[in-house]
Design a protein around this ligand. Structure first.
Ligand SMILES: *Cc1c(COP(=O)(O)O)cnc(C)c1O
Length: 397
């Protein structure tokens, strides 16, 4: 089933079948094409290929059949016309910026974004004359006030990391388009299984495939999905020239990940909701941040915008950093790592890891308390996860 004939099929079907083009061997599973270049029938075909007059592969920095299958499948799942796969999530963000921005442009970004994205914007993009302003994710008025005639891009992640704040994608898309700008959504936390930003009006979706698209913590990769002109032409133009391309092997692993994405995201969400509800009733826990709880400030927006609340839960323990570290150190099952989107549950202390470079004042302003912990809830039995957290929580008494 080609991506172009996939219309009408439902998400679960597309996740398993979209983008596959069987070779003459009749293979059932998608093949991996570990080849750097491709051969031509004759000199005339080589010339036509290079001139762009005849479609087809030339070199794997530009296109590769396994990578194309992943791109077509993810494009079908996000509901976008074009997808460009990249070597990492950061390469997807870089390629988007390099493909679509120029000196003199202005970007408005949520303050609550992945740390390396902030570094990319501040340490590199600004050097090339692109100005950046940061605003609070959920403050629509702040986004509006930050926009200028030069504003070309609005950038956000929703839900945010680690506090799971939820942005109104449709409202921000309207704001972006009213000012002649594009809206890019890093859809890493939800994946298209739970949230489809393009259907809500966003122009571009960005992925770190490293997380839930793989889903089992194996490969690093990324992707950009959006319209044919912006992504298929501009972002792809940068990728084929500069070369932050996805390897065929990684594309194959991500393809296999997409096949179980909907099942996994439902299971991650169910486990996370059970843990969040249990934590909310725990006497040593001051506060739980999870879009699936009625106590979450954007609970209703999340229920409208997402088909499930996702796998990320943040909670604050009484007793600050020392108490938080006790909970981390008493775990025997949960992995102490900042990665997320794995079948294995992970725990992080944001104030001393992912957000350690942020000043204590800025951290406090952002609500990242010293007692805050972030869970990326995996697929283990929820009772075992509770018991693992209870060891540390009980020790706080
Ligand atoms: C991990 C992550 C990235 C960067 O992806 P890499 O694959 O590590 O380069 C970008 N955005 C979000 C939200 C992430 O979690």
């Amino acid at each position: 089933m080609d991506a172009d004939t996939s219309e009408g099929y439902r998400f679960e079907t597309l996740a398993v079948r979209a983008g596959q083009r069987r070779t003459g061997e009749g293979e059932h599973s998608e093949p991996i094409f570990p080849t750097s270049s491709f051969v031509f029938a004759d000199a005339a075909e080589a010339a036509a290929r290079f001139a762009g007059e005849s479609p087809g592969n030339i070199y794997s920095r530009f296109t590769n059949p396994t990578v194309r299958t992943f791109q077509d499948r993810l494009a079908a799942l996000e509901g976008g016309a074009a997808c460009v796969a990249t070597a990492s999530g950061m390469a997807a963000i870089l390629s988007t910026c390099m493909g679509l921005l120029k000196a003199g442009d202005h970007v408005v970004s949520s303050r609550s974004i992945f740390g390396s994205t902030t570094s990319l914007f501040n340490n590199y993009l600004q050097r090339f004359g692109v100005a950046i302003d940061y605003v609070d994710l959920t403050d629509l008025g702040a986004w509006e006030r930050a926009m200028r005639p030069q504003t070309r891009l609005l950038f956000l992640e929703t839900p945010s990391n680690p506090l799971t704040e939820v942005a109104d994608i449709a409202a921000l898309a309207g704001l972006a388009h009213g000012g002649g700008a594009l809206l890019a959504v890093d859809n890493c936390f939800c994946t298209p299984a739970l949230q489809r930003p393009l259907t809500l009006g966003a122009d571009l979706v960005i992925h770190s495939a490293t997380k839930y698209l793989d889903g089992q913590g194996r490969c690093v990769g990324g992707a950009v999905v959006g319209p044919a002109d912006l992504v298929g032409k501009e972002v792809f133009g940068f990728l084929r020239t500069a070369g932050p391309s996805m390897s065929p092997f990684n594309a194959w692993v991500f393809l296999k990940g997409l096949e179980t994405l909907a099942l996994r995201m439902r299971a991650h969400s169910a486990n996370a909701l059970a843990l969040a509800q249990w934590l909310e009733g725990h006497p040593r826990v001051r506060r739980v941040h999870y879009p699936g709880l009625a106590s979450h400030p954007q609970h209703e927006l999340a229920a409208r915008q997402q088909s499930a609340p996702g796998g990320i839960v943040a909670f604050e323990v009484e007793g600050g950093r020392e108490a938080a570290w006790t909970v981390v150190d008493r775990t025997r099952l949960i992995s102490i790592t900042a990665n997320l989107g794995d079948t294995k549950t992970t725990i992080t202390h944001p104030a001393t890891t992912t957000h350690a470079r942020v000043s204590p004042e800025a951290r406090a302003a952002a609500g990242i308390a010293d007692g805050l912990l972030r869970l990326a809830v995996g697929l283990e039995a929820v009772e075992d996860l509770q018991a693992d957290l209870e060891r540390g929580l009980a020790a706080l008494a």
